[in-house]
Design a protein around this ligand. Structure first.
Ligand code: SIN
Length: 283
């Protein structure tokens, strides 16, 4: 864990997550603040800031401290800000975006490195996001299982959960469905044990949502182990839970975490702005 001279860092749970205080993200950040925020990001994997006022332009500017903002292939971004997706569930919508455990865009050759999610409007209760620590998941496997996984390659597919395709599924999201722009299917091969490009630590990189099978194996052969490891990643002791307030910004690392947007606020509105950061090829 690092020490922080320019920000306050309050851990959220034993496994991961931290609230960052003492920063106004709408103002230019000092170099020391940027360095401390990066250190906290690596130490806590998901960091969040309360009571921020962030325009789409400011959110894109902030995201550039983490890398190059990515364009999400399935949804049109905001006018003038193609990197910013509005994630909206209205009072009339029943399905929610991101309502399964996953790491963002793991089906791309270069999955997004991280995500910045800003709460514009949230229900008075419900709509929390769960996160899980995939380093800890790897480190708590037996030495035998770690060894067995060391050379295993997963085939990640954007349509795995969606009969009729992911784009068709997103279309069913009601208000958000109007922003669908692609019907492409993405598929990529990645190691199941992923070495983080900056920290050098190993994390388990597999999910029920996107890992279709292991390379050179059938779906039937692969599914029992995919399910076992997907359950192991999300054991309660690896998790933390973020309760949103309007003005909360969270930043998470997709290389070593997964998240799940809870859909427990039927009949109420939730409106978020999401920017993801281009990543590298997992190794
Ligand atoms: C996502 O999966 O990126 C969205 C998470 C959320 O809305 O809480």
């Amino acid at each position: 864990m690092g020490t922080y001279g320019s920000i306050d860092v309050k851990p959220l749970a034993g496994s991961m997550g931290a609230e960052i205080g003492g920063v106004d993200l709408s103002k230019p950040l000092a170099n020391e603040q940027v360095a401390d925020i990066h250190q906290a990001f690596h130490d806590h994997l998901m960091i969040y800031f309360r009571n921020q006022t962030l325009s789409p332009k400011a959110q894109v500017g902030l995201s550039q401290h983490f890398g190059k903002p990515a364009i999400y292939p399935f949804l049109k971004g905001l006018d003038g800000f193609p990197e910013v997706n509005a994630l909206i569930k209205t009072e009339d919508d029943t399905k929610a975006f991101g309502g399964t455990w996953h790491s963002d865009t793991s089906y791309k050759e270069r999955p997004d490195l991280g995500t910045l999610l800003y709460a514009v409007e949230v229900p008075p209760a419900g709509g929390d996001t769960l996160f899980t620590n995939a380093y800890q998941a790897y480190e708590t496997l037996s030495a035998g299982m770690q060894e067995m996984l060391s050379d295993l390659i997963g085939v990640f597919n954007s349509d795995k959960l969606y009969a009729g395709g992911r784009a068709a599924q997103v279309t069913k999201l009601g208000e958000m469905g109007k922003a669908v722009i692609a019907t492409e299917v993405f598929e990529a091969e990645h190691p199941i044990v992923r070495t983080h490009s900056e920290t050098g630590r190993k994390a388990l990189y597999i999910s029920r949502a996107h890992t279709l099978r292991f390379k050179d194996m059938t779906v039937e052969e692969s599914t029992p182990l995919i399910n076992y490891l997907s359950d192991h990643i999300v054991r309660p002791e690896h998790q933390c839970r973020l309760r949103w307030e309007p003005g909360t910004l969270a930043v998470w690392d997709n290389r070593c975490t997964q998240h799940h947007a809870l859909n427990d606020y039927q009949g109420q509105r939730r409106h978020m702005h999401r920017v993801t950061i281009e990543g590298d090829r997992p190794v």
